[in-house]
Design a protein around this ligand. Structure first.
Ligand SMILES: [Zn+2]
Length: 381
């Protein structure tokens, strides 16, 4: 049965999911559902299924009971039950079963296919706030100003300034637009105008507005730095659109060093398989935070180890929780449940030989589950 109570007694309630997305609210056949539980853009081979993965098995184990099915119900039964209940009820159950107090929703990815902020708030019963995607702002500016390259720097700056009052932070998908090889220093406006002219040529050739120029990517990030806001950075694992070897967060070391003291902070998202590198950066730089959202869902039954590894170096006051759910509401439920189980596993294994007082553990997990995000994003101010 869905419940607002913590899923594992004694674990943190009132999670702040600091990076997530809207869910789809159309009825899904099996192929459409499987497409939402994989980062692959290609269906499984004929006769094979993405239910045969860590996340697929976790859906059958942990999500089936929320839809009144036995754990490990067959995939066919699962998809049929989903359709019987209808997408609205399914979304409501999963968005409420995770015990979320707040959702910081990034709205830049296929926004026309998913629920908007108000509907997400209604379905989840949580406070919902927006995170703005930098590359989407850049692309909408390019759409607006066309070939007026000289206007690009100022128009981008004002467009970002106009979005920020209603948002708690920004996100960059530089990982998907060439990786972290973009220039780490602040580009001059002249360099930005030159890069924009090249981009216009590309737009004319491809008939598609898709920002990939490294100088323009850097300009977007530095424009956000000037506002002193939290900057979410997709790091590591993602779909086949990125080159994973270019998404190691250590490639951002110069940028991180150059922005120390700026008032901006970087929250490294997902990070797998570079979660230990991310933990190092969070440890040594005061304005770096990290999480293993997305990775927790996709590593499923193995996720306690991933979470434990991410917490080897990450200070308790720098670790964040996110689900990175997009599309399937199940990913919200699973993200919260596996996070809680992972923390319980950490306590069990780390403190087998050294008894840790309950209140000490509660303080630590409350920081990771909500307190750090509340402080970083100013949610209580
Ligand atoms: Zn995301």
């Amino acid at each position: 049965m869905p419940t607002d109570a913590p899923l594992v007694p004694g674990e943190p309630a009132g999670l702040v999911d600091h990076h997530c997305h809207g869910v789809v609210e159309t009825d899904l056949d099996r192929a459409a559902f499987e497409d939402l539980i994989t980062e692959s853009s290609v269906p499984a081979a004929p006769g094979c299924s993405f239910f045969d993965t860590q996340v697929g098995l976790a859906v059958r184990a942990h999500c089936a009971p929320v839809l009144d099915l036995p754990a490990f119900a067959p995939a066919e039964d699962y998809v049929a039950r989903r359709a019987d209940l209808g997408a609205v009820e399914v979304n409501r159950r999963f968005l409420r079963s995770g015990g979320f107090a707040e959702l910081l929703v990034e709205t830049g990815h296929l926004g026309d296919r998913i629920l908007g902020l108000d509907a997400m708030a209604e379905r989840s019963g949580a406070v919902v706030r927006e995170v703005v995607r930098l590359e989407q702002v850049a692309e909408s500016v390019a759409d607006r100003i066309g070939d007026a390259a000289g206007e690009y720097p100022e128009t981008l700056r004002s467009a970002l300034a106009a979005r920020l009052p209603a948002a708690v932070g920004v996100k960059t998908i530089a990982a998907y637009r060439g990786g972290f090889g973009f220039p780490q220093e602040r580009p001059s406006d002249d360099a930005v105008v030159g890069a924009y002219e090249s981009w216009r040529q590309e737009i004319r050739a491809t008939r598609q507005i898709r920002i990939t120029d490294p100088i323009l990517i850097a300009f977007g990030v530095w424009s956000a730095v000037d506002h002193g806001v939290p900057i979410q950075v997709h790091v590591g694992y993602g779909d086949a659109d990125l080159d994973l070897h270019r998404c190691n967060p250590l490639l951002l070391t110069d940028l991180i060093r150059a922005t120390q003291g700026s008032g901006a902070s970087f929250t490294l998202l997902h990070c797998y398989p570079y979660h230990r590198e991310a933990g190092y950066l969070a440890h040594v730089f005061p304005h770096v935070y990290c999480d293993v959202g997305l990775a927790i869902n996709y590593t499923g039954f193995q996720s306690p180890q991933v979470l434990a590894e991410s917490l080897e170096l990450t200070p308790w006051h720098k670790a964040l929780f996110s689900s990175d759910a997009w599309g399937a509401a199940e990913l919200y439920h699973l993200g919260a449940l596996l996070f809680r189980r992972g923390l319980a596993h950490c306590r069990e294994t780390w403190f087998r030989d050294t008894a840790l007082p309950d209140d000490e553990w509660q303080r630590i997990i409350d920081l990771i589950g909500s307190g750090n995000a509340r402080r970083l994003y100013g949610l209580d101010s």
